[in-house]
Design a protein around this ligand. Structure first.
Ligand SMILES: Cc1cc2nc3c(=O)[nH]c(=O)nc-3n(C[C@H](O)[C@H](O)[C@H](O)COP(=O)(O)OP(=O)(O)OC[C@H]3O[C@@H](n4cnc5c(N)ncnc54)[C@H](O)[C@@H]3O)c2cc1C
Ligand code: SF4
Length: 552
């Protein structure tokens, strides 16, 4: 079969990604059509085997967007069952912990009125709502290519290519995929989306804005002893074990069903190539305050995902001819609040409104400029404006100075709408890494198999699965770079920053070889972000491949 044999399906709006942004956009489109007594055809394409399979978040969710989208979500059974009951913030030392008074925190950090949830389950529920309204939701459909109209505008995507062997030949079950065209295409791929990356580069959407910044979030889900479970308790920490090695911190949320969601975020602007975010997380769980909660329980799921941290000054231009970026494809995470799902949903809803109005007006394939204006007038913009200097201060002045200045700036912004201008982030994260010669290797303790685990054992708890006979989806622009450049200069950091142990340096016949265990990839996107040579390009594997997260 040739590429010409692809089936073509036309929709009013094609949405890539069934996360909070994509699903909220699809629901809003159907709502607007129902209110106007008209029809609109919408499809949502998702690379995970089911909606929610690739969603990994904290998550404490601010329901502000959901209240607007589905005001009767409680009656409709949305899985937001655990209101936050207490909010605790600690600075950890190796064995002690100092609790910071809540009264000193900017009001916007308060989690009163928020819910401790599984974002994966919230997305499963949103997916059901969307389908009930007539949205066509296609899980297992990885969108691998964009298609363009003659005038250069984005026309649609190619999705569902199956059956290409590792050597590029076509297997018996080969399918060339389908072309799904839309009057508008909304990219809702989440952090570092592979098509979003192409669109940002092609249309220079990030021209004039600060580089996007990122963190890597590594998470486990634990069943804990019922007597230790405090429903709705939210704990954040900074300090040990990262200390001065890197910025970052932890979260522990007591969600429903005697479970805690425990995770660790390391800012990806770290300098030391010997740092292993995974091992920092395993170490952190050995802190007496944390270990005490986990003891007697068992880890039931594991995963990792990058998180956007650039905030307001890193949001690119949101529209391009034929579509728009929504949610973390553009990056709307409020970093001090560690919250992005409310902004992802709201930006999806605003893009949907702009697309609906355009289609009603007989337009297609142009720029949804009204969406950019709606964003500037929205509470999302205000949410990000107040905290825009926190991350630059943390990066520049470290934990204590950065926290103090960041808090002062947020207080002033919140109370008086005043602050010291907008700080810059400077370098992109991959350029922050320093040569290994400037640093010492870090000796991490061995996993005890009870509280801490080795990487590969943990990866088996992400239920990750990929068809083995397919092209490696982690494409190297130059296959020699890992051994000839990254290894001598940076001790090839991919061995350590990948939370799934995908990258290894093996010795064969006295020669070093770069091994990519692509089948273990949990789609976190860290390699695409942090590789110092920017030589790794994360592309979609066959649809349905990747993690199968339960309630992450
Ligand atoms: C560790 C961690 C903790 C967090 N904690 C919180 C929190 O407590 N509260 C909060 O509000 N936010 C939190 N966030 C942020 C929040 O998870 C994100 O802001 C939110 O998930 C963004 O939603 P989205 O729809 O833009 O993207 P995502 O949720 O990432 O969804 C994108 C979807 O698109 C799919 N996709 C991507 N590319 C393709 C493609 N090419 N083809 C088909 N499908 C594709 C993905 O599989 C995925 O299902 C956290 C994030 C992390 C990583
Ligand atoms: S290979 Fe890249 S995207 Fe996959 S798990 Fe490792 S760092 Fe993440």
């Amino acid at each position: 079969m040739t590429e010409d044999a692809r089936d073509v399906m036309d929709f009013d709006v094609v949405i890539v990604g069934a996360g909070p942004a994509g699903l909220a956009a699809s629901i809003q489109l159907k709502k607007l059509a129902a209110e106007a007594g008209s029809e609109i055809s919408v499809c949502v394409l998702e690379k995970g085997s089911e909606v929610g399979a690739h969603i990994l978040s904290g998550a404490v969710v601010d329901p502000i967007a959901l209240n607007e989208l589905i005001p009767d979500w409680k009656e409709k059974g949305a899985p937001l069952n655990t209101p936050v009951t207490s909010d605790r913030f600690y600075v950890l030392g190796p064995s002690g912990a100092l609790r910071l008074p809540n009264i000193g925190m900017p009001k916007l950090m308060n989690n009163h009125g928020n819910y401790a949830v599984s974002l994966g389950n919230v997305c499963r529920w949103l997916g059901e709502q969307a389908e009930a309204m007539g949205v066509e939701v296609y899980p297992g459909f990885a969108c691998s290519e964009l298609t363009f109209r003659d005038d250069g505008s984005v026309k649609g995507v190619v999705a569902g290519v199956f059956g290409i062997a590792a050597d590029g030949s076509h297997k018996g079950d080969y399918q060339p995929g389908m072309e799904l065209n839309g009057k508008y295409v909304l990219l809702a791929e989440g952090v570092r989306g592979s098509l979003s990356k192409q669109v940002i580069a092609k249309f220079e959407l990030d021209k004039g804005c600060e580089p996007q910044k990122y963190g890597i979030g590594i998470k486990e889900l634990w069943d804990i002893k019922p007597e230790k479970h405090v429903p709705g308790q939210v704990t954040h920490t900074m300090g040990w074990p990262l200390g001065r090695k890197a910025g970052g911190g932890s979260f522990m949320y007591h969600i429903e069903g005697n479970q805690v969601a425990i995770g660790f975020v390391v800012h990806l602007n770290y300098k030391n190539p010997y740092l292993s975010p995974y091992h920092e997380f395993q170490n952190y769980k050995q802190h007496p305050m944390i270990k005490e909660v986990l003891e007697g329980g068992r880890r039931v799921a594991y995963g990792a995902r990058a998180i956007t941290e650039g905030g307001l000054q890193s949001v690119p231009k949101l529209t391009f001819p034929g579509g728009a970026l929504i949610g973390c494809s553009a990056g709307f995470v409020n970093v001090p609040r560690i919250k992005g799902s409310h902004n992802a949903m709201k930006t999806g809803m605003m893009a949907a409104e702009a697309a609906f109005e355009a289609i009603q007006g007989g337009r297609e394939g142009d720029e949804l400029v009204d969406y950019s204006q709606k964003y500037r007038d929205s509470w999302v913009y205000k949410d990000l404006w107040k905290v825009r200097n926190a991350k630059p201060y943390w990066s520049k002045f470290g934990m204590i100075g950065g926290l103090a200045l960041g808090a002062l700036d947020m207080h002033l912004s919140e109370k008086f709408g005043f602050s010291f201008g907008t700080r810059k982030h400077g370098k992109p994260d991959h350029a922050c890494l320093e040569p290994a010669a400037k640093h010492k290797p870090i000796a991490y303790p061995k996993a005890d198999g009870v509280i801490s685990f080795d990487r590969l054992t943990n990866v088996s708890f992400s239920a990750t699965n990929h068809e083995e006979d397919q092209p490696v989806h982690l494409a190297l622009a130059d296959p020699d770079v890992p051994i000839t450049k990254n290894l001598p200069t940076y001790a090839e950091p991919a061995q350590r920053y990948c939370p799934a142990g995908v990258y290894e340096i093996l010795e064969e016949d006295g020669k070093e070889r770069f091994q990519i265990n692509a089948q273990n990839c949990v789609h976190c996107k860290t390699c695409d972000i942090k590789d110092p040579a920017q030589n790794i390009n994360w592309t979609v594997p066959e649809g349905g491949g990747g993690p199968n997260y339960p309630n992450m």
